[in-house]
Design a protein around this ligand. Sequence first.
Ligand SMILES: C[S@@+](CC[C@H](N)C(=O)[O-])C[C@H]1O[C@@H](n2cnc3c(N)ncnc32)[C@H](O)[C@@H]1O
Length: 295
Amino acid sequence: MTEARQADGPASFNCLWCGRPHQPRGSDDLEIYARLCPDCVGRAQDNEFLRFRLREGLRLRAEASRARHADDNAAMRAYYSARADEYDEAYSGPGLAPLERAVFQADLDTVTLWLDRLPMGGEIVELAAGTGWWSPLLAQKGELWLYDVSEEVLERARRRLVAHGLRAHIHLRDAWAEPDREVDGLFAGFWLSHVRGERLAEFGALARRWLKPGGMFAFIDEAPGPDYTPIDDGLQLRRLSDGRQFSIPKAYHSPDELLASLRGAGFSEVEASTTTRYFVHGQARVAQAQDEEAR
Ligand SMILES: C[S@@+](CC[C@H](N)C(=O)[O-])C[C@H]1O[C@@H](n2cnc3c(N)ncnc32)[C@H](O)[C@@H]1O
């Protein structure tokens, strides 16, 4: 969970074709990689040079996305491994005034009860499970597989399950790795807000491939505040109590964005909503084979 929110815009440049200055809106705009203004991008079909620049822009953007993904993964693993001992403090609403903390706790109760009531069973995979805050609830619903990239957090999850007298299969596994089987339930807590907007559809499709027909994906995450504007480079600065600092990817997705990416991935019965202030939660089902045939 969170600490600070920040904003900064991408630099302007002169279009390589018409020479006019252009101020991009987002740091991942294709125009930046092609070094063309939007008007010249729109004319690319009629002009060999513009077409070449556009192809080059697409190639460079894909390359940058791959490099960013590798950097994100390394930063996330380093940060959460280093934070393992203090991670659970986030669940007490640190830094909030007493009244706000009461709202936070009530919201946390809401999502906890929601997850507890969720009709999930059979084989369940929890991605980016961390210290296993949600794992005891899930382990009571079915046979739980807990995955994360950090040994440090998984060790805490293991201890939590043992303390509850519960069992789960615990393994190091990247949440972006291709599923090795289909399961009945998939859960991700506070993971989607570490998935950049540009990769939300990709993650939705991956979640869909994890599930059998009739299977359910469920998530809990941080809700965007009313005045939220996305951080331009998508990175948020985090500090640990010993002063170490890390920059990790963070994006607060609205219920509408999440609904759209899950529907786009082919899920049905998609629902997402926010609690009073702090959390967004939702679920989505993979249609049963006979429902698919009836479509
Ligand atoms: C915000 S924590 C969420 C932990 C837990 N799910 C919860 O709800 O409390 C994010 C977790 O993602 C894990 N993580 C980071 N990158 C990952 C990746 N590529 N694959 C799997 N887990 C990853 C971190 O180690 C961390 O435990």
